[in-house]
Ligand binder design. Structure first.
Ligand SMILES: C[S@@+](CC[C@H](N)C(=O)[O-])C[C@H]1O[C@@H](n2cnc3c(N)ncnc32)[C@H](O)[C@@H]1O
Length: 294
């Protein structure tokens, strides 16, 4: 266990966990439909590349609301099992309640900081949709995931590719950075290394090899996503979440007077993606696969 002490509590990820269990949970609830539908196609592509098989035991890392955990539970069937883990207790509470309400008997959920948890159980497959980019130290975190797998067990995870191929996120970040000065000190907890921390193929493969995985491969997945039913919603989304939302959240009230200017600039910056079916932007992820060396 890490002994790092922070003003958010103890543990290397204490600050990120405070963010995920606090303001980021609230924002994910607000924009849940857009985020989970948008990411849904990328997650499904990962499940097609490495399909969970009947009877398998699958770990879902950073499971959030657990919609992917429920989906995996369906794919492995009643003789298999899916376990969703997330460091934020509020996500896990919601995931448990929703799986119970949906009558999914073979999905379980546990609160766990994957970086500091060594799992007692063994799984055939570890899956993650955007849940592995926020560890303070990714190598020990991914080593815990590897140790949770049977020898020869597989990893499949979806992570964002580079910023310039996710133009809507990057453009929003640049626009906000051009208007809102980044504060030297934050009152709010930050989310950890951030959505693009595994965008570089060499960095990510080095992390996985360092964690004891073999046969690492990264497959590019380009599927556009709808980021709002209209421009109003798309602007609200990027002001609340992602790199641009993070800058605004950390600046807090100090940037409140700039919100009108930010809103107008984002509206102009995202306008080209708006169409009759909503605001639809190119989105690019890596589907990373690896095998737990025996
Ligand atoms: C971008 S969200 C993705 C959630 C979900 N997988 C999805 O696709 O909707 C990232 C998730 O990783 C979780 N997370 C962040 N750091 C974590 C850690 N150290 N251990 C476990 N989960 C973590 C967050 O609480 C959050 O639910």
């Amino acid at each position: 266990m890490s002994t790092v002490e922070t003003r958010w509590g103890s543990g290397a990820n204490a600050e990120a966990i405070a963010a995920w269990d606090g303001p980021l949970y609230d924002r994910f609830v607000r924009f849940r439909e857009i985020v989970t539908t948008g990411l849904g196609a990328h997650g499904e592509a990962a499940l097609e590349l490495v399909p969970p098989r009947t009877g398998q035991r699958v770990l879902d890392v950073g499971c959030g609301f657990g919609d992917t955990t429920q989906r995996i539970a369906e794919l492995v069937g009643p003789t298999g099992e899916a376990m969703g883990v997330d460091a934020a207790a509020r996500f896990i509470e919601t995931a448990r309640a929703e799986a119970a309400e949906a009558g999914v008997a073979n999905a379980r959920f546990e609160v766990a900081d994957v970086q500091t948890t060594s799992f007692d159980e063994r799984f055939d497959l570890a899956f993650s949709r955007m849940g592995t980019m926020f560890f303070a130290n990714p190598v020990p975190a991914m080593r815990n995931v590897r140790q949770a797998l049977v020898p020869g067990g597989r990893l499949v995870m979806v992570v964002w590719r580079r910023r310039i191929d996710n133009e809507w996120l990057y453009r929003a970040q640049e626009i906000v950075e051009g208007i809102v000065p980044r504060p030297d000190e934050y009152e709010e907890p930050t989310c950890g290394p951030g959505p693009f921390s595994m965008a570089d193929a060499d960095t990510t493969s080095a992390i996985l090899l360092g964690a004891g995985f073999a046969d690492v491969s990264l497959r590019r997945c380009d599927i556009p996503i709808v980021i709002g039913r209209d421009l109003d919603e798309a602007v609200d989304l990027v002001m609340a979440m992602g790199p641009a939302g993070e800058i605004l959240r950390l600046a807090g009230d100090r940037a409140a007077h700039l919100h009108g200017q930010v809103d107008a600039a984002l509206r102009e910056g995202l306008a080209e993606f708006a169409g009759p079916d909503g605001v639809r932007a190119p989105a690019s992820t890596w589907i990373v696969t690896a095998v737990a060396a025996g």
